[in-house]
Design a protein around this ligand. Sequence first.
Ligand code: HEC
Length: 225
Amino acid sequence: MTLLIIGALASACSSPKPPAAPAPAPASPPQTLWGDMKPIVSVKELMQYMIDPASDYIFDSVSTVIQPNGRVVDKAPKTDADWEKLRIGAVTLLEGIYLLKVPRPFTPPGDENNSVGPDATELSPAQILAKVQKDPVEWNARIEALRNVGLQVLEIVKKKNTSELWDASENLDVACEQCHASYWYPKEDAEFYRVLDKRLTDFSRSSSAGARSKPPAGSSPGVGR
Ligand code: HEC
């Protein structure tokens, strides 16, 4: 900034030279790829076979297990091979998530997600597509949010900083879930969980009262993913 101002003053005060032609705007040239990008699988399969398994390298790297005898065992990366797995996870996520910028079907042919019927919780592939097309900025921001966590993990690997892995794991979970909550199952909002909670409370009341009734239909929709 300072340099720019000095530069402008200097040229204003100097010489009788005719004013220079306006400098071309320093716009970066449009980014060109080295070749075409052609998708093979749907978003759903990319998740199932690349993003999800890669994330497990990170999610599974730290844990606390309470054994039957009450002993608490903390698991964390120790060997070079352990740290290498984290790097594999981070790099695969960092680069792999950019494949969501290549237009591709959201599901394999004929798969409509759980989008039909009164208890449907998921959007159909067509609804997800419409949402991405309407606001590509949000889609790309969610992709970058995941990338930020990948970068955090790479830093942790560099410093072998075990204590921050819990934090990174939590951040990763949030980055995955926020995209899913927006694009995949936005119907699972606060109201959805209020109704579900009420159904479960009613059910446990009626069963603790000794009733042998069946659970209300649809009382266990696909939570816990
Ligand atoms: C930029 C958005 C976005 C991010 C970030 C994202 N996902 Fe997804 N994911 C989706 C969408 C959209 C679907 C639903 C596709 C469909 O079924 O139509 C999905 C579906 C899935 C599925 C379901 C696959 C199946 O077989 O049903 C899994 C598992 C999954 N994601 C895991 C993850 C994990 C783990 C992360 C984080 C490491 C993640 N996703 C991050 C967009 C995202």
